[in-house]
Design a protein around this ligand. Structure first.
Ligand code: ADP
Length: 283
């Protein structure tokens, strides 16, 4: 289990907490999402989980053990895929895997077959000799995933894994993550794409301005608001009303003097109701 207990992060010189008293439990085998707009504090949480950022206050526990930079055994169990491409441009795909193996002191008889297996899993087996600079964005992201898996982690943490990717690459990454989770890996990702969160995550924490406002399954979050949404345009702006029962939504539509649209409620609606601000960028 990954546990955050009253975690606070304030950057030097800042007057506000980027992460403000966040407590969260991510259970083994879960597919968990941190959903929030840009600037919400998601990457800062990931930074602390990767031990690159120090906590201002609070504690992170992995399997009930306080998580510290120097605890290499625990660190190995947790692999982080950052949002920005963190690959040497002048290396080949194979050299990237080799470098990772050397950094973690993996024996050759272990990392060579494992790298082949992972590059095949990620659809990069025919790209081994290619220089990173010549890879597409989707391929780079898949290589970062293959590299993160080389140490055989129990927990895979990804910061906006599909940002900037074309729809085909996004779906390929989604499939890879689903397979890994099906195999028992705990997956924690951040996203500001509500379709990504809704499609992949069994539980979601809504993050806004450094705080977690809700934690639940996408289905429960939507049902809590009402599964039927009616958008009404009154000639100036559009507002939405939510209903648990379809006949109530239909009655509202029938009685409205304005143009209305009946649709299914989405996570974006939940987010807007919770925070009053748009997620933006959903595809
Ligand atoms: P998200 O990943 O949700 O987009 P971030 O964690 O990147 O959000 O940012 C949370 C807040 O912390 C933002 O207000 C951002 O401007 C601020 N922030 C992020 N990194 C730094 C930094 N290195 N120094 C100062 N402020 C930062």
């Amino acid at each position: 289990m990954i546990e955050l207990k009253g975690v606070v992060k304030r950057y030097p010189g800042s007057k506000v907490n980027a992460v403000d008293n966040v407590s969260l439990q991510i259970h083994n085998g879960e597919f968990f999402g941190l959903l929030g707009p840009n600037g919400a504090g998601k990457s800062t949480i990931i930074g602390m989980l990767s031990t690159l950022l120090l906590l201002t206050d609070g504690e992170i526990l992995i399997e009930n053990i306080p998580f510290r930079r120097e605890n290499m055994d625990l660190k190995r169990k947790l692999s982080v895929v950052t949002q920005h491409y963190s690959l040497r441009n002048d290396m080949t795909v194979w050299q990237i895997m080799e470098l990772q193996a050397r950094l973690y002191g993996l024996p050759k008889k272990e990392w060579v077959p494992r790298s082949k297996e992972l590059l095949t899993f990620c659809g990069l087996d025919s790209e081994c000799k290619k220089i990173v600079r010549r890879l597409s964005g989707g391929m780079k992201r898949k290589l970062m995933l293959a590299r993160a898996l080389l140490t055989d982690p129990s927990y895979l943490i990804l910061d906006e894994p599909t940002v900037g990717l074309d729809p085909t690459s996004r779906r390929q990454i989604w499939d890879l993550l689903r397979i890994l989770n099906q195999q028992g890996m705990t997956v924690l990702l951040t996203t500001h794409y509500m379709d990504e969160a809704q499609m992949l995550c069994k539980r979601i924490a809504i993050v806004n301005r450094g705080r977690i406002t809700r934690v639940d399954s996408p289905e429960n979050l939507i049902a809590g608001l009402g599964s039927y949404a009616v958008d009404t345009f009154d000639g100036v702006h559009t507002s939405s009303r939510f209903f648990s029962e379809k006949h109530d939504a239909l009655n509202y539509v029938a009685e409205s003097p304005y143009g209305t649209t009946l649709r299914s409620t989405t996570l974006e609606d939940v987010f807007l109701e919770e925070t009053g601000c748009s997620l933006g960028g959903s595809m």
